[in-house]
Ligand binder design. Structure first.
Ligand SMILES: [Ca+2]
Length: 289
């Protein structure tokens, strides 16, 4: 009887599920397999293939917060994403001066003190330079990730609370407070560290949990819509309004200034686009819009 109920539930689930979105035609600049590496204009990138995933966290996930409801997302085009956060070296290679104070003494430290417009300007200038040099085909461009792209790349096929499983320790990511889901100890730096110092996720991404928090291109919505290729870059009209009447962009990934739980893959944060902070930086994607 129990088996019958389970089968019925599964059948019902499949019947309710929309037909999968067809994937877009492949492009010569695509990667072959998830996590494949490539370097463009000094940026080390990893391939994220087209696919579907469940965004958000289940109600059973410890430390779950509001606004992490689950939705199915289909990304019909693969994209490249920075293996590491954008570093001070990446920035100085393209622009005369950093957007603010350093996060550490060295080119390998992540960029901090960058506001949303400066982050987007970096992507636009990097795109122009890479087009001009021929390193990037004309139909691809550097951008900030959508929240969906960010979480898809962070999860890298995992469905657990973090890409390391249902836990994360300070040996796996740069954060300063108690670990999440484990008692394993590790260094507590209370500052940024060199990008790429911690182990990668299954697709080769480093510091996708912790170190600098990362701007996304979306206006922050309390309820992320899911669906096919969601992109809330221009969706200010439906965005969540802050108490003072302003609106925020999204940012992801926890930081060196946080405890372990905000490093969960589904955790979402907002930040007004004009503001900057020592612990907020960025990671690029390369997309075919
Ligand atoms: Ca990070």
């Amino acid at each position: 009887m129990k088996r019958f109920v389970v089968l019925l539930a599964l059948t019902g689930c499949q019947a309710d599920k929309p037909a999968p979105a067809p994937l877009d035609a492949a492009d010569p600049f695509d990667g072959a397999n998830a996590g494949d590496g490539r370097e463009v204009a000094g940026m080390k990138l990893r391939w994220c293939p087209a696919g579907t995933f469940v965004m958000g966290s289940p109600a059973s996930e410890p430390e779950r917060r509001p606004f992490e409801h689950q939705s199915e997302v289909a990304l019909t085009r693969g994209f490249w994403i920075g293996e590491c956060e954008v570093t001070q070296g990446n920035w100085k290679r393209l622009l005369d001066k950093l957007p603010g104070d350093t996060t550490g003494a060295g080119d390998d430290f992540p960029i901090g003190w960058v506001n949303f417009a400066e982050a987007e300007d970096f992507c636009a200038k990097l795109t122009a330079a890479a087009h001009a040099s021929g390193a990037l085909p004309a139909n691809w461009e550097f951008r900030l990730p959508t929240e969906a792209q960010w979480e898809y790349a962070c999860r890298a096929g995992t469905t657990t609370a973090t890409s390391f499983g249902d836990s994360i320790s300070r040996k796996q990511a740069n954060f300063k407070g108690p670990p999440y889901g484990t008692t394993e100890d590790g260094p507590s730096l209370d500052r940024a560290t060199r990008a790429g110092s911690y182990p990668p996720n299954p697709w080769g991404l480093r510091d996708i949990h912790g170190n600098a928090c990362e701007w996304c291109r979306d206006w922050y919505h309390d309820r992320y819509p899911g669906g096919v290729n969601p992109d809330l870059h221009d969706a200010k009209a439906t965005a969540a309004k802050n108490d003072d009447g302003t609106y925020s962009r999204s940012r992801r990934g926890g930081t060196w200034a946080d405890p372990g739980w905000p490093n969960r893959s589904a955790f979402r944060q907002r930040f007004e686009p004009e503001r900057k902070a020592d612990h907020i930086g960025m990671r690029v994607v390369v997309v075919r819009p």
